[in-house]
Design a protein around this ligand. Sequence first.
Ligand code: UDX
Length: 435
Amino acid sequence: MRVSVLGTGYLGATHAACLAAWGHQVVGVDPDEDRIGTLATGRAPFREPGLDDLLREGVSSGRLIFDTALDAARDAEVHFVCVGTPQCADNHAADLTALWRLVDDLAPMLDSPCVVVGKSTVPVGTASRVGDRLRGRAPAGGDVEVAWNPEFLREGCAVQDSLCPDRLVLGVENDAAQLRLREVYAGMLADGVPLVVTDLATAELAKVAANTMLAARISLVNLLAEVCEAAGADVADLATVLGFDERIGSSFLSPGLGFGGGCLPKDIRAFAARAEELGVSRSTDLVHAVDAVNMRQRSRAVQKTRDLVGSDLRGARLCVLGAAFKAGSDDVRDSPALDVATRLHGAGADVVVHDPLALPNAERAHPELSYEADVTRACTDADALVVLTDWDDYAALDPVALSQVVRHARVMDGRLAIDAEKWRAAGWDVRAMGR
Ligand code: UDX
């Protein structure tokens, strides 16, 4: 089938590569010339395991092409909308500028029957407005179908999550659009991926609902971490106990610095903003509390570091271990680690940041901090280490060897990433979130 993918950020680039792998003829369109230039050579403009291979295969097979001109998408039978919907600069709602610009540019080109499928995360109600606007402006009029097909991919496993998702959600207005999308995803459906066919509004909500549930779990476990600290209990053991309860399960129960990244924070805020627009404002207190508990972990991490080095951070040399918003990624968007590093720097500390992958992105976002790619050099002469991303590399550090290079053997573990007993045995003063 001829398909287009409009917007080739994280979501769009991965989706385009997967569509080509399923045998479709795909054109990826994005106005960003650098991004399209990189993708056209079969490489991803960001780090994502397995994606380069898939892009290379697609491009060399001729099934996957990229273009900066929307006109290249003219002949597609199905258009996937994958533009970004960031948080508005001045409030918590989603900024739909890119979406509406695309809809207005696309409409005049739609002169034959087609399906426009939203994958971007949008406030509930947007899909039906997109449909009205496209049908009102497109030469094909009522022959333009609109569907919503949310994406649940996680950075670091985006290819796997796209090729073998744990569910496929199709929000449709009628059977014609559903049949078209079943053709697009025929391979995946034959493999037995569970399918939920629903209306547009439910499909739009699916993504923000999932992210709100995940965020709530993390904030709940972090609330428990605070109580553990106050009560002298151990949150890691407590999470293990909870995880054995089948009704609760163990995933997304890792306590620490809390959630960040390009999705969870902005999605829960946009969800609350939209719920309030719809008149559901009393109960959104719960979502605001999830956000507040999450942001509080960052202040707690700063306070714990301050307690560790003495009351004043001014002049203290701190080695921050981790800049990415989570292990396995080079993404620093709304990274809790970088936020804490910046706050420590703002409090007068001399901060050196290490990360196995994210240093170039971190340096671009926060040029005011110092960076060091070699972990031993980063730790040298430190008054304290501050572990802020849960990289396995940090769990594997040798506390005995490091105690020889630091000025003071002190560590604040914001991700419960290191073996506290082992570090204490090597003479370190260890503080951790929730212990
Ligand atoms: C998330 C959703 O998981 C995914 O389904 C959606 O499509 C996009 O948003 P992602 O942003 O890649 O994916 O990251 P995720 O793995 O969900 O982690 C989000 C944040 O939560 C990270 O900062 C991570 O460190 C933190 N986290 C995660 C915790 O603090 N504790 C946990 O137990 C799990």
